[in-house]
Design a protein around this ligand. Structure first.
Ligand code: DX5
Ligand code: ZN
Length: 226
């Protein structure tokens, strides 16, 4: 897959919240393609993060698409609020949703992009029936809930299976990875078929700064794909 096709989505979960606007602006200047916003409710995952007010604040500091990863028990109840705040796309989990098709239709009715997320233990085959209704698939490469975790290597064969399914069922659907993405794991994920990478710690926690983190990731992907 050519380098230009790989998109980077910095996750603000790892940002310095006292300087969130500056950090997101720096990510944008460094070539970020979208901003990933992790919303957690303390029920769906054992952690609480932030909600639509943060999306609203980000909307005023960046022109990049704001991608909202909903790790909450009842995503359907919150789409309107996030759309009003400026969200451009939603990532909803397969796990815990008994009416996933309805959820996807709700997002499409709001004219926003939608992706389905699967956790490390969830098989890729479950996506096949809903794939035609999706703009992207997100394969979690850690268990959701926290930043700064280690990439789960057993997700790599699954990423390859999702790529095969996308080519067969819905070419053009994006394949995104989330969790533990750094200079070592980014090339592995891209080689397996991903074209969008979420990165929190490796961008916002990089000792050489946000621009340094973005550059290191791009360089690692470029080296591995040439
Ligand atoms: C985890 C979140 C991730 C997280 C990634 O539940 O969905 O988006 O911010 O953080 P890193 O890149 O540090 O693993
Ligand atoms: Zn996420």
């Amino acid at each position: 897959m050519p380098l230009r096709a790989i998109k980077l989505a910095p996750s603000i979960l790892a940002a310095d919240f006292t300087r969130l606007g500056e950090q997101v602006a720096e990510a944008e200047r460094s070539g970020a393609n979208r901003i990933h916003v992790d919303v957690m409710d303390g029920h769906f995952v054992p952690n609480i993060s932030f909600g639509a007010v943060v999306v609203e604040a980000l909307r005023s500091v960046t022109r990049l698409p704001l991608e909202v990863h909903l790790m909450i028990t009842d995503p359907d109840s919150f789409f309107d609020e996030f759309v009003a705040a400026g969200a451009d796309s939603f990532l909803v989990h397969w796990e815990g949703n008994n009416n996933l098709h309805r959820t996807l239709q709700r997002v499409k009715a709001l004219k926003k992009r939608v992706g389905v997320v699967i956790n490390p233990a969830t098989p890729s085959a479950l996506l096949e029936e809903v794939l035609p209704d999706m703009d992207l698939v997100l394969v979690m490469t850690v268990n959701p809930g926290f930043g700064h975790q280690h990439f789960v290597p057993t997700t790599l064969p699954k990423i390859r299976r999702v790529r095969e399914m996308i080519e067969r069922v819905k070419p053009g659907c994006e394949l995104e990875l989330d969790g533990g993405i750094d200079e070592t794991t980014a090339p592995l994920g891209v080689a397996a078929g991903a074209n969008v990478l979420v990165a929190g710690t490796s961008v916002f926690g990089n000792p050489s700064g946000v621009a340094g983190g973005m550059n290191d990731l791009r360089a690692a992907i470029e080296q591995a794909t040439n």
